[in-house]
Design a protein around this ligand. Sequence first.
Ligand code: NAD
Ligand code: UDP
Length: 307
Amino acid sequence: MRNLVTGGAGFVGSHIVEKLLSYGEEVICLDNYFTGRKTNILHLKEKPNLEIIRHDITEPILLEVDKIWHFACPASPVHYQSNPIKTAKISFLGTYNMLGLAKRVGARFLMASTSEVYGDPEVNPQSEDYKGSVNTFGIRACYDEGKRIAETLCFDFNRIHNVEIRVARIFNTYGPKMLADDGRVVSNFIVQALRNEKLTIYGNGQQTRSFCYIDDLVNGIIKLMNSDYSKPINIGNPKEFTILELAEIINSKFDWDLKYKFKPLPQDDPLQRKPSIELAKKELDWNPTIELSEGLEKTIDYFKKTL
Ligand code: NAD
Ligand code: UDP
């Protein structure tokens, strides 16, 4: 199998690249290094079945592949809000270009969508049939609406051009290879803790998230690509924590007592998020297995080594 992983030098993409190489498959890793790093994949560069290409997906490219794993897009609010028009362009034009490539070469296309398509949800947990509550003109819209139009493009390429699609709605994922300065809550808290700085809690810390360890996510994504299921499907860990609870669990991993610094809640920050994964259990026989406490320990070990 010849695979193209867009965003292959990023956090999630680099884990997918590594997993596919371990199966002996051919992999083209494509990235423009906006938020990805060469160090995420450099240890793999001697592998004969890996090819690394620097390319911006807002420009077309022609490559002969059988499967496209479409992960290129900044995912952390800090990064996707730093150049919001580019974020919307990556989501629309980048996805359009990669779907066009899938159509030309007859490749199966997996889209890394997100729980953000549900916006600030009025229902909890969120199942795939919930249509979402997204602010079209807020600071998160470039990403949320970008992913919604990307999903739309996938289904229209399927209806009009018979492109085989898979759409994963990914919920908050964490683990080794996250960027230390990414601004996401897990990396922020761990880096702050290791530096003995105060943990920055936005708002009152009562907003919730559900955190999935990267290995669980990668297993779910690979099962989805290899399945026959072609509608959107949630991939995430259904255990829900408040941000203050997350801070306390991270605190319990350190010998010293961590202090908190409260900051304003960013605009449109969703107050709750928890996936229903009934569909993934049924269609993919997938269930996350790594508890938050265990995953955080592995992530803390990674940051201890790399900071
Ligand atoms: P990341 O920022 O670590 O990785 C994104 C990668 O895409 C980076 O390597 C970046 O350099 C690359 N990229 C960005 N713009 C590009 C462009 N124009 N051309 C080529 N490459 C480009 O983020 P991540 O956490 O690994 O997320 C990967 C994908 O998964 C994203 O599409 C994201 O929306 C989705 N996702 C992630 C999460 C999560 O919790 N990590 C949750 C939901 C969805
Ligand atoms: N958050 C926080 N402190 C931080 C970073 C994030 O309290 O230093 C909060 C943020 O406001 C949000 C939650 O943690 O409510 C998850 O934020 P993240 O950026 O990781 O992901 P997303 O909001 O996209 O789910």
